[in-house]
Design a protein around this ligand. Structure first.
Ligand SMILES: Cc1cc2nc3c(=O)[nH]c(=O)nc-3n(C[C@H](O)[C@H](O)[C@H](O)COP(=O)(O)OP(=O)(O)OC[C@H]3O[C@@H](n4cnc5c(N)ncnc54)[C@H](O)[C@@H]3O)c2cc1C
Ligand code: SF4
Length: 451
């Protein structure tokens, strides 16, 4: 039994030179070899592991029996962002986790096979998709991230007239404003959004839900349902001394710069960069800083390597690209150079009061373990939450104390009839991924259809 087939990748030395995509697409021969390893299992666990509900066994089987268009159809029926997910899905924690092929050798490279099919579709041109007969009802979607896009796609296929109101100048949400092109090139996102536009979905860009366009206004304009998919736009702050110094940025600002979007402040990455945080956003910011000219990049995070919330693949990439890690540690304050510019961080090592809980409140400083790291840039990457402006626009919809929308789990309807919500704006920190947002979008579309 042969092992897993991986696509070729840029070496770390090549990768860090630019934002060029690191991984390439499998060749037809490689894809056929990899698909041939699939055991075509009864009750396949891979299918259960896919939040978007892709029949994974089904599309792999189509590759194996030389029916790529059949495979593409299987993917497109379940996930309009299949090309994106083939690049960014943390498959090791989803479909591949229980893949039975690992009993013999290694799990099937499901993401690479998915990506192979969608890249083939891009090369040859997509097949036309026909929506159901046009219905009279109009639906408004707020936010053009993966949750909003997936809902728009499903509702348009069901025949609804769909308008997506997006606050920024470009659709795509975090896929275009935060995930850099070395992981996900913009043209992949644009290509999949084009498939949605072809169904007749209207996009109103630079048109946020605001005092000028409220949920009430949308109902008055004749929309019969509203789907809120505004994501999390407010970066958390540490609240420590020196956070307002020049050269201290949020990860979202750095990633906006890295993806060519508008950042809330001009970003200048120096030679010695410290990133605070142990999640995938921190790892992505670290790899971006390396590409933006940093010569020494250090991650400081509370967790030990096996406790970090980042996906293993993201940690591995940062490590391969020369990022240093100071783990089980926290920043105490940022030091200035006397002229308002950050010049270093002061930190301390920690241990956990109780095992198994990796939250700041459970950390206790280890006496005598203080350290200083000289640097000219600090990137704070400790998570995002709902921003106050978004919460104001919810017009009294029920939220939890931190502003996350509360919904009926089955229907995703909020406390106001006809208003649904999904994606990152629901409090589900364990599964903030593109594919989970797609799953929410599909679920909301079905609920709106039943409504
Ligand atoms: C740096 C980074 C790296 C990531 N890497 C990965 C990865 O590798 N794999 C993965 O699966 N996931 C990754 N994620 C997570 C993933 O991108 C999110 O879980 C997903 O995008 C959430 O989708 P969403 O539609 O809920 O929100 P978003 O993608 O945030 O989209 C929300 C949209 O709503 C718009 N909006 C906000 N307020 C308003 C308003 N008032 N009116 C109108 N529009 C509004 C925003 O402009 C945005 O376009 C990453 C996230 C970040 C930040
Ligand atoms: S679990 Fe693995 S081996 Fe079984 S059908 Fe799915 S991909 Fe193939």
């Amino acid at each position: 039994m042969s092992g897993r087939t991986n696509a070729t990748r840029l070496s770390p030395e090549e990768g860090v030179k630019s934002f060029q995509e690191i991984e390439s697409t499998l060749t037809p021969v490689q894809a056929t070899i990899e698909a041939s390893r699939c055991l075509i299992c009864e009750n396949p666990p891979c299918n259960i592991g896919c939040p978007a509900g892709i029949d994974i066994r089904g599309f792999i089987r189509k590759i194996r029996f030389n029916n790529p268009w059949g495979g593409i159809r299987v993917l497109r029926e379940a996930n309009i962002l299949s090309g994106v997910c083939g690049r960014v899905c943390p498959t090791e924690a989803l479909c591949e986790e229980e893949c039975r092929s690992q009993v013999l050798t290694e799990p099937i490279n499901i993401a690479a096979l998915q990506r192979y099919l969608i890249d083939l579709e891009r090369e040859r041109g997509p097949r036309k998709r026909s929506p159901a007969a046009q219905r009279e009802e109009k639906v408004a979607i707020i936010g053009a991230g993966p949750a909003g896009l997936a809902a728009a796609n499903e509702l348009a296929l069901l025949g609804y007239s769909v308008t997506v109101f997006e606050g920024s100048a470009q659709p795509g949400g975090a896929m275009v404003s935060a995930i850099p092109s070395f992981k996900l090139p913009d043209d992949i996102v644009e290509y999949e959004i084009d498939q949605i536009k072809k169904l007749g979905v209207q996009f109103k860009l630079d048109t946020p839900l605001s005092e000028k366009l409220t949920i009430d206004d949308l109902f008055e304009q004749g929309y019969e349902a509203v789907f809120l998919a505004v994501g999390l736009q407010k970066p958390f702050a540490l609240g420590i001394e020196g956070e307002d110094l020049e050269g201290v940025y949020t990860a979202l600002d750095v990633l906006a710069e890295a993806t060519g979007q508008r950042s809330s402040q001009p970003v200048k990455i120096g030679k010695r960069v410290v990133i605070i945080g142990g999640g995938s956003v921190a790892m992505t910011a670290a790899c971006s800083a390396v590409r933006m000219g940093a010569e020494r990049t250090t991650v400081v995070c509370l967790e030990a390597p096996d406790e970090m919330p980042a996906f293993a693949e993201d940690v591995l990439l940062a490590w391969e690209e020369g990022v240093q890690f100071i783990t089980r540690a926290r920043a105490l304050r940022f030091l200035g150079d006397g002229q308002g510019q950050v010049a270093g961080i002061e930190g301390v090592h920690i241990e956990w009061k109780q095992s198994g809980s990796f939250v700041p409140e459970n950390a206790v400083d280890l006496e005598g373990s203080g350290f200083t790291i000289p640097c000219d840039t600090v990137i704070v990457a400790i998570g995002q939450g709902p921003d106050e402006n978004a919460i104001k626009q919810f017009q009294g919809l029920k939220t939890n104390p931190r502003g996350y929308l509360l919904v009926d789990e089955e229907t995703l309807m909020t406390s106001r009839p006809g208003v649904f919500a999904g994606g990152d704006i629901l409090h589900n920190p364990a599964s903030r991924t593109v594919v989970q947002a797609v799953a929410y979008g599909k679920q909301a579309a079905q609920s709106i259809h039943q409504y």
